[in-house]
Design a binder for this molecule. Structure first.
Ligand SMILES: Cc1cc2nc3c(=O)[nH]c(=O)nc-3n(C[C@H](O)[C@H](O)[C@H](O)COP(=O)(O)OP(=O)(O)OC[C@H]3O[C@@H](n4cnc5c(N)ncnc54)[C@H](O)[C@@H]3O)c2cc1C
Length: 498
């Protein structure tokens, strides 16, 4: 029976894993070993709605504490400066997979020409507002938001909460491991210490000390679907720019650029494929299009892919130690939260005595999520017809989407009907059919079964959009909403107990 768990690494993945285990299975002795010399990745700032659900509802971290220590801003979705339309907004609420009772077809069928202000959050995004306003003037904070966070502040907050929860944190650099009958018996530190445990979580980031190095699990590259492998990361201190309530993703000559909004800082980065542009040329294009970025931005290298199994013997890999996809759609923390939840469920279901078939099922489920996200991101590139650079030509011609071909064929014949969901891959991602629709409709991917709307129908459709716009215009912007939630008298509606 598992009684002790050692987590290797205290980036956001290791700390979320340790906290999830300790909070949900308090009888476990949970420790972390981490190397302050190696440090954390220091990037990774956009999230999706499963992140607040995991933090507040699952782990019971208090919102007040999170806002005080991590200093987040809100993210309602992603503005895509992308494709033939030039611009469309992806929100975390159903825009297209939704159906007004006074209209015969779902929303997606009315967006061929104009895909804007389709739901409340997309209208708020257009108006630069983050929430609707309550009658007393305060923000009406709805659950369809995520956050922008700064990696290092967030990690520091998690560390404080983890220590309070009883997680022991040990400083030391792991240089090797010892094998035992269950898999790994102990890890060895550079100062000669030996740390034993019944079970290990590898959260050592791209180094993947246990899953990759010690257990030598094969790594499956996503290189046939996702071609980007580097980013230049820059940013600047905010002056008079408004704090936008969304992430921006903008197409570039050999990839795309993110813009993430912090209260006092704007974080910008260019994700590109080194097959199509050199680091110097990427930095030059980045600077030309964003004159406020530093002259020598930091270059981060990565590979998109995952280990064939996330659970081998007595080791589970979480975060970058298990796999990584490039940051379009900001999926890393989403996967971390989802996998931590799944890991805890599996350990509870096997009463801390895992069986081979439980491990096999865990590996099947987690791999399906990786593959769904790979294909979902690949779709963003494949259907973008706006630019004719060699990179984008290659994306259109060669992105492998065979994993979602049944869904794409069904869409091509039937359009954005909710029945497309029956052709979706099985997955635990936050995107679902709505995410696919936003990319397909947003990029005007053709389908055959068009709906011919009557004039009355179109008038009703426009009335819904106009109502969204009118409500959004009365909304509240990020700066004012932050002021409200920081006020000592502010009450969270559903404040968690801890
Ligand atoms: C360019 C870029 C942009 C990104 N943008 C986003 C985004 O918008 N949203 C998002 O969710 N994610 C994003 N990510 C991913 C995100 O940063 C990470 O997935 C996430 O923070 C989890 O990191 P981690 O904890 O796995 O790894 P890390 O932060 O690297 O932590 C690894 C830990 O292991 C320790 N360690 C490693 N080796 C040893 C050793 N031998 N001995 C002891 N300790 C060791 C380190 O000290 C550290 O504590 C981005 C990533 C990149 C590269």
């Amino acid at each position: 029976m598992i009684q002790s768990i050692l987590v290797l690494g205290s980036g956001s993945a290791g700390l979320i894993a340790a906290l999830s285990l300790k909070r949900k299975i308090p009888r476990l002795a949970v420790s972390i070993v981490r190397s302050p010399d190696i440090g954390v990745i220091g990037v990774g700032e956009g999230t999706t709605p499963n992140f607040p659900r995991h933090l507040f509802d699952y782990l019971g971290i208090s919102r007040r504490r999170f806002y005080e220590l991590a200093e987040p801003t809100w993210k309602l979705g992603i503005r895509f400066l992308w494709g033939e339309r030039g611009r469309f907004d992806y929100t975390f609420a159903p825009q297209l997979d939704s159906h007004w009772t006074d209209l015969p077809r779902p929303n997606g069928f009315y967006c061929d020409d104009d895909f804007s202000n389709v739901d409340a959050p997309s209208a708020l995004m257009r108006e630069g507002k983050v929430f609707h306003r309550q009658a007393n003037g305060a923000p009406d904070i709805q659950p369809w938001h995520a956050f922008h966070i700064e990696n290092e502040k967030f990690v520091a907050m998690l560390e404080t909460v983890a220590r309070e929860a009883g997680v022991v944190i040990i400083d030391g650099k792991v240089t090797g491991s010892e094998r035992g009958p269950q898999g790994i018996a102990a890890v060895l530190l550079d100062d000669g210490r030996r740390l034993e445990a019944d079970f290990f979580v590898d959260a050592s980031g791209f180094r993947s000390e246990l899953m990759g190095k010690a257990l030598e699990e094969p790594f499956d590259s996503f290189g046939r679907t996702l071609f980007c492998d580097r980013a230049v990361v820059g940013g600047w201190a905010r002056t008079d720019e408004p704090i936008l309530p969304f992430t921006t993703a903008e197409q570039m000559d050999a990839g795309w650029c993110w813009q993430i909004e912090h209260e006092h800082h704007i974080n910008r980065g260019y994700v590109y494929s080194s097959q199509f542009i050199s680091d110097e040329d990427a930095a030059a294009e980045f600077k030309r299009k964003n004159p406020k970025t530093p002259d020598s931005p930091r270059v981060v290298k990565f590979r998109s892919g995952c280990y064939r199994r996330m659970w081998v013997d007595n080791v589970i890999a979480i975060g970058n130690a298990g796999g990584f996809v490039e940051p379009l759609e900001a999926t890393a923390l989403m996967i971390v939260c989802s996998h931590c939840h799944t890991m805890v469920d599996f350990l509870l279901h096997c009463e801390l005595e895992p069986t081979p078939s439980m491990r096999a099922l865990y590996n099947e489920l987690t791999l399906a999520t990786w593959h769904d996200i790979r294909d979902f991101l690949g779709l963003h590139y494949k259907v973008n017809t706006a630019l004719d650079t060699p990179f984008w030509q290659h994306c259109r011609a060669d992105t492998d989407l065979s994993g979602v071909q049944p869904l794409l064929d069904f869409y091509e014949e039937n359009g954005p009907t909710g029945f497309c969901r029956y052709r979706m891959p099985r997955s635990q991602s936050d995107f679902g059919i709505e995410g696919y629709f936003v990319m397909l409709v947003g990029n005007r991917v053709p389908y055959r079964k068009k709906h011919d709307s009557s004039a009355q129908e179109l008038a009703r459709w426009e009335a819904h959009r106009a109502a969204n716009i009118a409500n959004a215009k009365r909304g509240i912007d990020v700066k004012e909403a932050l002021y409200y939630v920081r006020h000592p008298g502010w009450q969270w509606n559903a404040e968690a107990p801890r």
